[in-house]
Design a protein around this ligand. Structure first.
Ligand code: NAD
Length: 384
């Protein structure tokens, strides 16, 4: 079974779907691994390391994909008109594609994959269950994004995070406020605490309050009868009423004016990120304060965020609105992403045929399968 790994071409993506470590393990499963030349360069994995791991270095995407029954990607393959090459047209009918295909937000993509006869698995749709944890790309990538957000926030802040008592005087500890305490937010809390900041955090899910406190941060937030029901069965935050958000904003407004660093991570699945930091709140902050908005991919939690950019507001607040935060720590993010994909393949590997066997009734397979046998089968898409 030939397995191809392509260089990512979409939107400046820096990550890669297999590392030399996973390439070696994929080969041990019985795969003939082909890596497109330069696929790991942007994340610090040169071709020579893949070659040492036993992979073939293919000169271009067409050569890597030739005869490939499995294709590993970070982002969805390019189709005609989207970039320099039509990656989808180079894939074989019947091939299994595993990646972050983001087809729920781009339903045409699922239709194109089905029309091309690709069996596509989109790993961001995996259930958040204990069994799926080691294949959970949302968690592995969000964890690193949360860490990186604090590190870049600290880099942009020209005071100190810890209290520094020196012979020349004392620099006070920074106040860091983390908005949204899911996977990224909890890692941001832990990282800011390790750097010595005074950390507070907010969330709407009742379970998050205890998690915030258990990491040694103060909980700041608004709670009422509505917020007691703020969590879906899948563990995500629900979209709440305008009245709730107005009350939450009152509590946040008073707190935010005293913060040096604000890290925004709040998301509501399938929707634009909620606006939690208004222009007026930004205007209330001290010059030199930093807002890091890792929700920028979904529009941002801060009204003043410019997705993809860093800029300084008129009152001297730096807003880091970069997108693709895992791609800003591409070596580690690729290492974890590649292991998530390896675990998925290993879990559903048939040793006898040395090929993946994806039982349609399995909850993980059901969760991630977008297309099978030329049809769109995912429940979130099939009805559209
Ligand atoms: P996410 O990325 O969807 O959202 C980030 C956080 O933003 C969430 O904590 C959410 O409650 C919060 N949020 C939404 N609206 C907000 C608002 N108005 N104000 C403040 N915060 C707001 O979440 P995630 O990191 O993907 O985690 C989602 C859930 O999945 C959590 O309950 C997490 O514990 C759970 N989870 C479970 C597993 C597992 O069991 N295998 C793995 C990972 C995550």
């Amino acid at each position: 079974m030939r397995l191809a790994v392509l260089k990512e071409r979409r939107g400046g993506e820096t990550r890669v779907a297999a590392t030399p470590e996973t390439a070696k393990k994929l080969a041990a499963l019985g795969c003939k691994v082909a890596i497109e030349m330069g696929a790991g360069m942007a994340s610090g994995y040169p071709d020579a390391l893949y070659a040492d791991a036993g992979a073939e270095i293919a000169p271009d995407a067409a050569a890597a994909l030739f005869g490939a029954g499995i294709v590993l990607k970070v982002r969805a393959p390019l189709v005609a008109g989207e970039g320099e090459i039509d990656e989808l047209a180079l894939m074989h009918r019947g091939a299994l594609l595993v990646g972050t295909l983001e087809a729920v937000a781009n339903p045409d993509r699922a239709a194109a994959l089905a029309a091309a006869g690709i069996d596509a698995c989109s790993m961001e749709l995996a259930p958040r269950t204990t069994r799926a944890q080691s294949m959970d790309i949302l968690s592995s990538q969000a964890n690193l994004a949360g860490y990186r957000a604090v590190i870049e926030g600290a880099g942009a802040f020209d005071k100190a995070f810890p209290m520094l008592m020196t012979a020349a005087g004392t620099i006070p500890a920074a106040n860091a406020f983390i908005m949204g305490a899911g996977v990224a937010g909890l890692q941001a809390i832990a990282t800011a605490r390790r750097l010595g900041a005074r950390v507070s955090a907010t969330d709407v899910r009742p379970a998050a309050k205890e998690e915030i406190k258990s990491l040694g941060a103060a909980f700041v937030g608004y709670e009422d009868e509505e917020s007691k029901q703020a969590q879906t069965a899948g563990g995500y935050a629900k979209q709440l009423s305008a009245e709730f958000y107005a009350k939450q904003a009152e509590v946040v407004a008073a707190h935010i004016a005293k913060q040096d660093i604000v890290v925004c991570t709040a998301l509501v699945q399938g929707r634009r990120a909620p606006t939690l930091v208004t222009e007026a709140m930004v205007a209330s902050m001290k010059p030199g304060s930093v807002i890091v908005d890792i929700a920028a991919d979904s529009g941002g939690n801060c009204a003043a965020t410019r997705p993809g950019e860093m800029y300084v507001t008129e009152n001297g607040v730096k807003i880091l609105g970069y997108t693709n935060w895992p791609g800003r720590i591409a070596n580690a993010a690729s290492a974890l992403y590649a292991r998530n994909l390896l675990t998925f393949l290993t879990t559903f590997w048939d040793k006898e045929t040395t090929a993946p066997k994806l039982p349609p009734e399995d909850d993980i397979v059901q969760g991630v399968t977008l297309t099978r046998g030329g049809a769109v089968v995912h429940p979130q898409l099939a009805a559209k």
